[in-house]
Ligand binder design. Structure first.
Ligand code: 6PG
Length: 478
């Protein structure tokens, strides 16, 4: 075989990855279960580079130079296992199977172990940036063995997005590390979007502004610390007018947010690891809540008059906009701080030794959460690799301290007038809990000891203690 790399699964992501590889001079073997897609790719894009099409998986494998590198780009779950099952007997020791879909990291760990036993490398790789990213330069988060990265690294780094001439691709760590980091990326993506949506909702309610006017505000924000892809496309979506009705596009879209599952996985994993990713969790629950149309309908009827201040109007327009911007930025910092804590916890749990600064570096371009402030996150971890929380790194500590009065005003206003801001509010609560001297967790310990003899620790002595709550209330070491 002569092709340097192969792609099987030529739906839009696979097709665009294959084209991106061809644009960078690689001879790309291409295959799809139904051959129409393969033919279509070659017919429409065959002149963009060297494609080596095959209609059977056998021919596809045979068309690859050794050691072979095969990118599998099919639906996560059973379809991925089915393709791997078909591929494995056709491959030889040292060959590399790359899963570039949104797989669950636990599946990736299982598959990596299975393929390792038969001498194959399995590389679960996060790829972010949607269709455009896959074609023009995504952020790439490969896991798997260092040996496999020796072959894949140069290829992936050449097709990845670049920022300051640094490719947005790094070997994240062994087995499932790449997919784990991609999962947290998606969780942060959920939090980012929920925070943006809450900011929009507040601006709309407080200013009685049109979506097009709010689009202008987001456009302005995109030249501040908030500069990011999601803020940029928020302006674009808000400014869009529906051709059929002439109404604002956001006003003709059903207000029920869907999800394919990566946000849910992030929250499930964080619960298991004991990491409070409250921003991501609220964002995920906010999507579920929006989808419960029947409950929303009965609640709307039952509580028709519950709004705290239905005629809420802001007098100081510019001051309010700046308050919302600062609250958004502070809440966003919390979401990223939590996400990077989650990465650290996963890294310790699975011995991945993930470099968080490197993760921030490859998220600066190509991916959905790309943002100016990822440079600051990279700097923070470069200066202090064992940083206890991103919140306390100098740049972020200053931004949060500066934003606190605005943050409190916005969350208090929202509560007073009845605009739901789960992510803004819970991020502020997280911040306050983290910086508080004495938490009421002490009372929870007392209650646990009272009803279940679960014991507690004292502030002034080592060891665990129990009080005889039902008896004479004497205390004894547990
Ligand atoms: C990316 C995106 C991508 C996915 C979205 C949608 O990084 O390019 O994250 O992987 O399309 O996350 O996910 P939901 O359908 O769950 O919103």
């Amino acid at each position: 075989g002569t092709a340097q790399i192969g792609v099987t699964g030529l739906a839009v992501m696979g097709r665009n990855l294959a084209r991106n590889l061809a644009h960078h001079g690689y001879a790309v073997a291409v295959h799809n279960r139904s051959p129409e897609r393969t033919r279509k790719l070659v017919a429409e894009h065959g002149t963009e580079g060297t494609f080596v099409p095959s209609e059977s998986l056998e021919d596809f494998v045979a068309s690859l130079e050794r050691p072979r590198a095969v990118i599998v780009m099919v639906k996560a779950g059973a379809p991925t296992d089915a393709v791997i099952d078909e591929l494995v007997p056709l491959l030889e020791a040292g060959d590399i199977v790359v899963d570039a879909g949104n797989a669950h990291y636990a599946d990736t760990r299982r598959r990596e172990e299975r393929l390792r036993e038969v001498g194959l490398h399995f590389v679960g790789t996060g790829v972010s940036g949607g269709e455009e990213g896959a074609l023009r330069g995504p952020s790439i988060m490969p896991g798997g063995s260092a040996e496999s990265y020796a072959k894949l690294g140069p290829i992936f780094e050449s097709i990845a997005a670049r920022v300051d001439d640094t490719p947005c691709c790094v070997h994240v760590g062994p087995d499932g590390a790449g997919h784990f980091v991609k999962m947290v990326h998606n969780g942060i993506e959920y939090a980012d979007m929920q925070l943006i949506a809450e900011a929009y909702d507040l601006l709309r309610a407080g200013l009685s502004a049109s979506p097009a006017e709010i689009a202008e505000i987001f456009r302005d924000w995109n030249s501040t610390d908030l500069e990011s892809f999601l803020i940029e496309i928020t302006a674009e979506v808000l400014a869009h007018t529906d051709a059929n009705t002439g109404k604002a596009f956001v006003d003709v879209v059903v207000d029920q947010a869907e999800q394919k599952g990566t946000g849910r996985w992030t929250v499930q994993s964080a619960l298991d690891l004991g990491i409070p990713i409250t921003g991501i969790a609220e964002a995920t629950f906010a999507r579920s809540l929006s989808g419960h149309a029947d409950q929303r309908a009965v609640a709307r009827r039952t509580f028709a008059d519950a709004a705290g201040d239905p005629d809420w109007r802001i007098d100081d327009r510019d001051g309010f906009i700046e308050d919302v911007r600062k609250a958004l930025f502070a809440s966003k910092i919390v979401a990223y701080a939590q996400g990077f804590d989650h990465i650290q916890a996963g890294s310790l749990e699975y011995d991945w030794t993930i470099d968080r600064g490197a993760v921030a570096t490859i998220w600066r371009g190509g991916c959905i959460i790309r943002a100016r402030f990822l440079d600051r996150i990279r700097e923070a971890y470069d200066e202090q690799p064992d940083l206890k929380s991103l919140l306390v790194a100098p740049y972020f500590a200053k931004a949060v301290t500066d934003g606190v009065p605005s943050w409190r005003r916005v969350v208090a206003d929202a509560a007073r007038v009845g605009v739901p801001t789960p992510a803004f509010s819970s991020s502020l609560a997280y911040f306050d809990a983290l910086r508080t001297e004495r938490l009421p967790a002490a009372l929870i310990q007392g209650l646990r000891d009272n009803f279940g003899a679960h014991t507690y620790r004292r502030v002034d002595a080592d060891g665990a203690f129990h009080t005889e709550w039902a008896g004479d209330r004497t205390e004894s070491p547990a």
